[in-house]
Design a protein around this ligand. Structure first.
Ligand SMILES: Cc1ncc(COP(=O)(O)O)c(C=O)c1O
Length: 387
């Protein structure tokens, strides 16, 4: 398999990568970032070249503090916020610092594959909660917590992607959020909300975040510039209680290496302060909405009976349930032979067999035409396999 020089990681040249959870190249703000560079008169501030403050770039912290209090009503102070090297860097850091091998964490079924990978790297025990179209099922949560209490195990945290979940596209309803917070208080576990898609909402209002609903008690909230700017910048933010943030900021990695990506952070601070980020996000919403509409129309026109899928109101992903006779591995083999790549459902479950009739499609990366062609090929293969 070859890869084109300009294609992002994992994308085979000439293929239809329906799996790719990347922004499409034409959606990257290459010129705007260039203008931010020019705003430095070609001379980036010296601080951008040096080890940075452990908490993160001060100007970016100022910008985010104002924005998060304004748009999300978080009511946070500077002591509640830090810059992280992407949400991934934040999840890895808090996992390393809050847990040890053998500890238990709660995750959704399905959940974000790469977070599951980080938890497995740390040797954590994963307990999975099946989801429906409002988020994790509360009966499953209550039953799991009862089982754990009987085993005298306290889960360290519950990891959740609250808006337009990767992979399902589902948003956790406000009622579910409140009920989960109640359980977290009763059973003494923390909630880790990995919210990298909430700015990409196509319509309606977002439910308040777990952090806002819990008034900051025992919730860690992660955000990222990867989906609304560019993943290569490796920048995000973490909101939490002041004591917890202070402990993270004082951790060995930051003490030794300084704050997250000072050069990127200084550049992004310049971009954000000029108003360019908000304008870019507003534009992106319309772009992704069109792509979502094309994907949903292609599915409605081409998929055979017996296939169902989610209709996300934002984000990047659609989650497909295959008819019982169709195994996703066989479908994957046949699709790859035709250069169509999707994300196999098995990767998103702590028990992979539960994903054997599911797959994830992404509409963030492909052109409208490729999306229609890719969905058409998949539809025909599913019809063949379903007999
Ligand atoms: C739920 C979720 N969290 C985190 C990430 C990665 O974010 P970052 O690039 O900020 O590490 C992704 C990207 O696909 C994601 O879907």
């Amino acid at each position: 398999m070859t890869r084109s020089q300009s294609a992002p990681q994992g994308i085979v040249a000439g293929s239809i990568p329906l799996f790719a959870g990347h922004p499409a190249p034409e959606l990257l703000p290459v010129r705007g970032i260039g203008r931010a560079l020019a705003g430095w008169d070609g001379r980036p501030p010296l601080r951008a070249f040096n080890y940075g403050d452990e908490q993160g770039d001060p100007k970016l912290l100022d910008f985010l503090l104002a924005r998060l209090n304004d748009t999300e009503q978080l009511g946070i102070g500077r002591e509640n916020l830090m810059i992280i090297p992407g949400s991934t860097g934040g999840v890895a850091m808090l996992t390393r610092l809050l847990t040890k091998a053998g500890d238990t964490v709660l995750v959704d079924a399905p959940s974000y594959r790469d977070a599951l990978h980080i938890f497995r790297d740390q040797g954590l025990v994963l307990r999975a909660l099946p989801i429906d179209d409002e988020g994790p099922r509360l009966d499953a949560l209550a039953a799991e917590l009862e089982r754990l209490a009987a085993e005298q195990v306290r889960p360290r945290f519950y990891y959740v992607v609250p808006n337009f979940q990767n992979p399902s596209g589902i948003t956790v309803s406000e009622a579910r959020r409140r009920a989960i917070i109640e359980q977290s208080n009763r059973h003494g576990f923390c909630i880790v909300e990995d919210d990298v898609y909430s700015d990409l909402r196509f319509a309606g209002c977002a439910p308040p975040s777990f952090y806002a609903l819990a008034r900051g008690e025992n919730v860690l909230r992660l955000g990222s510039f990867s989906k609304t700017l560019a993943p290569g910048l490796r920048l995000g933010w973490l909101v939490g209680g002041s004591r917890q943030i202070a402990a993270f900021v004082a951790s060995g990695v930051l003490r030794m290496g300084g704050g997250a990506n000072p050069y990127s952070a200084a550049l992004v601070a310049e971009f954000c302060r000029s108003g360019a980020w908000q304008a870019h996000v507003d534009w992106l919403r319309g772009q992704y909405q069109k792509r979502r509409d094309v994907a949903l129309a292609a599915l409605a026109e081409q998929m055979p009976a017996g296939v169902s899928w989610t209709r996300p109101a934002g984000g990047y992903f659609i989650w497909l349930r295959l008819p019982g006779a169709v195994d996703v591995d066989e479908l994957e083999r046949r699709a790859q032979a035709q250069q169509v790549y999707f994300a196999n459902g098995r990767g998103f479950f702590s028990e992979p067999a539960r994903g054997r009739h599911f797959l994830r499609l992404s509409y963030s990366y492909l052109s409208h035409d490729d999306m229609r062609v890719g969905i058409g090929i998949l539809s025909r293969l599913i019809a063949q396999l379903a007999g």
